[in-house]
Design a protein around this ligand. Structure first.
Ligand SMILES: Nc1ncnc2c1ncn2[C@@H]1O[C@H](COP(=O)(O)OP(=O)(O)OP(=O)(O)O)[C@@H](O)[C@H]1O
Ligand SMILES: [Zn+2]
Length: 471
C-alpha cells in the first residue's frame, strides 16, 4: 500500500514517504482567535482530522501540531474598541474553536502552541536570519529580505519580478516593498515584548516557522492549511525556515474553501455562518458529514439543500446501524480492516467521496441482509461499516456522539436512550390500538405529535421504528 497525496508545491499527486518509517509529523495553521469559528474554519480542522485518522489507520504514529494565533492586528483593534484585554478576547475565541472542534468530533492535536508563548524561539530565529544576511532591523521592525532567498515563491509558482506587494501600515524602513515583516515595532497602547531590536510583537508568519521548528524539528512531513494561505503566509513561512537552515515541510496540503455566493466564507467579509449557530439547527454528526465528506480539494458552496441531503444520506446509514444493532442484540465491534475499495480510495489523495460510495453500498447490502433476516451477514456489514465510519469520524455508535461530545456524557445518554425507547413504544402501542379499532384520525394524530417532538417514525415489516430527527 502507498498513500498518495496532492502536494501543492509539486502541483501533482505524489507517493507519500514519511521522513521516519512508521511516523508522520503534521503542522496545521490553526485559528487566528479574533472571533468564534465559522464552518469554513472547521472544515479545515476536519479535513486534516480525517487525514490524521487515515494515517493512523495505516499504522503511522502521528504527531499533529495546530497553532493558535493569539496576537494579531484584528485582535488588537478589537481590544482597543471594546476595552477588553487582547488576551481575554483571544482566549474566549480559542475556547469557542475548541468547543467547535470537539462538537464535530475532531481529535485533539498532540499539542496546540500559542504564538505569544514562543517569543524567545522567534527572537532566536530572527537572530539567525539577521546573522545569515536574510533579515534586517529597521525602525524597530524586523524584515525578511525576499531577494536574499532563491526559492522564494516556488510554492505558489510566482515570479518575484511580477510580485506587487505593498508595505503595510507603519512598515517603514524597508529595503524593498516586497520584504515582509517578521516583527512589528510597538505602537502606543499596543501589547509588546522586548527584543534586541526594540519592543514589539510578532508578525503572523514568524510564529509558524518558529513553532514548527520547536515541536517538529528542522524537517517534518506535512504542512497544511486552507488554500488562501499558500501566498503570502506559507511562502513566507518557507522563506524564514529554509533561510534559517531548516528543510521544513516535505509535502504541502491545502483544503479548499467553504464559499457563500462563490466568495470565501470569511469573518472579515461578514458572510460567515458560525458553528455555534449551525449546531442548534443540525446535529453535529450531520454537520461533520456535510463538511467532511466532499473531497478536501473541492469547494463547498454553502447550501441549505446540501445540508438536508447530508442529513438524509447520513440518516440512511444510521437507520441501518440502528436496525442492525437491534437484530444482532447489541453493538458489533468495528472490523479491524476496512473494505479494500474504501482503502484504495483513501490512499488515493484521501478520496473520501469514493470511499463514501463503498459505505453506502455496504448499507444497501446490509439492508438486503436485514430484509432476508440473515443475521450473520447483517453483523458482518455492520462491522465493516463501523470500521469505515470510524476512519471518517462518523460512527454513530462511537461514545463521542452518544452525549454532547464529552465522553462522560456517553453512559447517561445511553441510559436516556433506553428510557425514551420505552416511552416511545408505549405511545406506539396506543397508536397501534387506535389503528386496530380503525380510529385512523387518532393514530395519525399520535404520529404527528411524535414528529413534532422531533421523532421520526418508520413502519417496517417487523414493527415501527423511531429515530431522532434534526434539531
Ligand atoms: N471559508 C473557509 N473555507 C475553508 N477554510 C478556511 C476558510 N476560512 C478560513 N479557513 C482556514 O481556516 C484556518 C484558520 O484560519 P484563520 O483563523 O487564519 O482565518 P482567516 O482565513 O483569517 O479567516 P477569515 O477570512 O474568516 O478571517 C486556515 O487554515 C484557513 O485557511
Ligand atoms: Zn501558519
Amino acid at each position: 500500500m502507498t498513500i498518495r497525496l496532492y502536494d501543492t508545491g509539486a502541483r501533482q499527486i505524489r507517493d507519500f514517504t514519511p521522513l521516519s518509517p512508521g511516523r508522520v509529523s503534521i503542522y496545521l495553521c490553526g485559528a487566528t482567535v479574533q472571533a468564534p469559528p465559522h464552518i469554513g474554519h472547521i472544515r479545515s480542522g476536519l479535513n486534516f482530522d480525517i487525514m490524521r485518522r487515515w494515517l493512523e489507520y495505516r499504522g503511522y504514529e502521528v504527531t499533529f501540531i495546530r497553532n493558535v494565533t493569539d496576537i494579531d492586528d484584528k485582535i488588537i483593534t478589537k481590544a482597543a474598541e471594546s476595552g477588553e484585554p487582547w488576551w481575554a478576547i483571544g482566549y474566549r475565541n480559542e475556547c469557542a474553536f475548541n468547543a467547535a472542534y470537539d462538537a464535530l468530533g475532531c481529535l485533539r492535536p498532540t499539542y496546540e502552541p500559542r504564538a505569544t508563548g514562543h517569543i524567545p524561539e522567534m527572537i532566536e530565529m530572527m537572530r539567525g536570519l539577521i546573522d545569515r544576511g536574510h533579515a534586517y532591523a529597521a525602525d524597530g521592525n524586523v524584515y525578511f529580505d525576499v531577494r536574499s532567498f532563491k526559492g522564494y515563491l516556488a510554492l505558489s509558482n510566482q515570479q518575484l519580478d511580477n510580485l506587487l506587494q505593498p508595505s503595510g501600515e507603519g512598515e517603514t524602513g524597508k529595503r524593498d516593498p516586497r520584504d515582509f515583516a517578521m516583527w512589528k515595532a510597538v505602537k502606543p497602547g499596543e501589547p509588546s515584548w522586548e527584543t534586541p531590536w526594540g519592543p514589539g510583537r510578532p508578525g503572523w508568519h514568524l510564529e509558524c516557522s518558529a513553532m514548527a521548528h520547536k515541536y517538529l524539528g528542522s524537517a517534518f512531513d506535512i504542512h497544511g492549511g486552507g488554500v488562501d494561505l499558500v501566498f503570502p503566509h506559507h511562502e513566507n513561512e518557507i522563506a524564514q525556515a529554509k533561510a534559517y537552515g531548516d528543510d521544513f515541510a516535505g509535502y504541502w496540503a491545502h483544503n479548499a474553501w467553504v464559499t457563500m455566493s462563490g466568495e470565501k466564507m470569511s469573518k472579515s467579509l461578514g458572510n460567515s455562518v458560525l458553528v455555534s449557530e449551525m449546531v442548534k439547527r443540525w446535529r453535529p454528526i450531520v454537520l461533520r458529514y456535510y463538511l467532511g465528506t466532499p473531497h478536501y480539494r473541492s469547494t463547498i458552496e454553502y447550501a441549505e439543500e446540501a445540508l438536508q441531503e447530508a442529513e438524509a444520506a447520513f440518516g440512511r446509514i444510521e437507520g441501518f446501524v440502528q436496525r442492525a444493532v437491534e437484530l444482532a442484540g447489541g453493538p458489533v465491534e468495528p472490523a479491524a480492516e476496512v473494505p479494500r475499495g474504501f482503502a484504495q480510495a483513501m490512499d488515493d489523495d484521501l478520496g473520501v467521496p469514493q470511499a463514501l460510495a463503498i459505505v453506502h453500498t455496504t448499507v444497501r447490502n446490509g439492508n438486503t441482509a436485514l430484509a432476508d433476516g440473515d443475521k450473520e451477514a447483517v453483523a458482518a456489514r455492520l462491522a465493516e461499516l463501523r470500521g469505515m465510519l470510524g476512519v471518517l469520524g462518523l460512527d454513530p455508535l462511537d461514545s463521542r456522539w452518544a452525549g454532547a461530545g464529552a465522553g462522560g456524557a456517553a453512559e447517561s445518554a445511553a441510559d436516556l436512550h433506553g428510557v425514551v425507547d420505552s416511552l416511545v413504544h408505549l405511545v406506539l402501542e396506543q397508536r397501534q390500538a387506535a389503528r386496530s379499532r380503525k380510529d385512523y384520525a387518532t393514530a395519525d394524530a399520535i404520529r404527528d405529535r411524535l414528529q413534532e417532538a422531533g421523532l421520526g417514525i418508520e413502519d417496517t415489516p417487523s414493527g415501527p421504528r423511531w429515530s431522532l430527527g434534526s434539531r
